[in-house]
Design a binder for this molecule. Sequence first.
Ligand code: ADP
Ligand code: MG
Length: 336
Amino acid sequence: MSALIQVKNLCVDYITFSGKVRAVDNVSFSIEENSIFGLAGESGCGKSTIAYALMRLHRPPALISEGEILFQGEDVLHYDEESLRQFRWAQTSMVFQSAMNCLNPVKTIEYQFYDIFAAHNRVSSREESIEKAKELLRIVDIPEGRLFDYPHQFSGGMRQRVVIAMALALNPKLLIMDEPTTALDVVVQREILQKVYELKQQFGFSVLFITHDLSLMVEFCDQIGIMYSGKLVEVANAKTILKQPQHPYTHGLGNSFPTLKGELKEMIGIPGSPLDLTKYQGGCRFADRCFKCVDDCRRVEPSLAYYPEREGWVACYQPIEATVNAELVSNCEVSE
Ligand SMILES: Nc1ncnc2c1ncn2[C@@H]1O[C@H](COP(=O)(O)OP(=O)(O)O)[C@@H](O)[C@H]1O
Ligand SMILES: [Mg+2]
């Protein structure tokens, strides 16, 4: 397998009146072809900032200050306007956090598909657009007869599937999904991700899937990256990251979500609250909330180190070694 996209030392700052806030600090990861990479972490840790930066959709006050974003070996940060236009939608497409609001309420679904195809010269007639759009609706399990309906005539879950069909309209190589199902109930969330997984198998694209909900991730991702306060603190295979979390923050995240199956058990939250980045003084950002913190942690910030035996990276001086969450993972229906 080769990497479709490689993010290297990405730094994104927000330039505010009260100073510069580094929302994404020296983040590196790769997404392999035909694979799903999950990015998890508490609200405000920089996940959406990364998603927008990858497509160069960030707007002031956000600024990419350092790093490279290599898409099939070429740096997206050096693309000219035309390459960027092709890259967005045709190569990469994004389903936003509030995806359901991105449909135009006064136009039919058919018109909105036509808009996408026509903008990228993918059809030569309206009839051809209708045929292609019907096919896309079919693959997300929506009857083709619904093509001429307006967005308000669909349920929330169906609207989300329509948005996914639109995101796939131009056969992108990378689909970025930023908390795509947060507004939906748990059963519908799972159905939608199952569908994305099947489509990925069928068409062979890669997915960057962003959520704060680890239980969904473990089931559908190949690799998972855990973010904390603008830093990537752990990256590992989805099947091992919860069973054998190495970073104390990953361990805490794993204990703070309910499982779908198995016995009811008390959830343990992570004490304290996320770091205020404007007050960051150096050292490990998680130190104040960490049960394994030692003096060194407060002095120098740990960087990601590679652990070959588990093919994962972790930024911690005191990584956890024992298998602590085996039960938790088995409750999440992970197929080995
Ligand atoms: N427009 C903005 N101006 C200043 N700071 C911002 C802006 N947007 C986001 N941030 C800050 O950047 C950090 C990361 O935000 P975000 O990427 O949205 O996090 P997430 O998606 O993980 O919830 C947060 O601390 C947030 O306060
Ligand atoms: Mg976000």
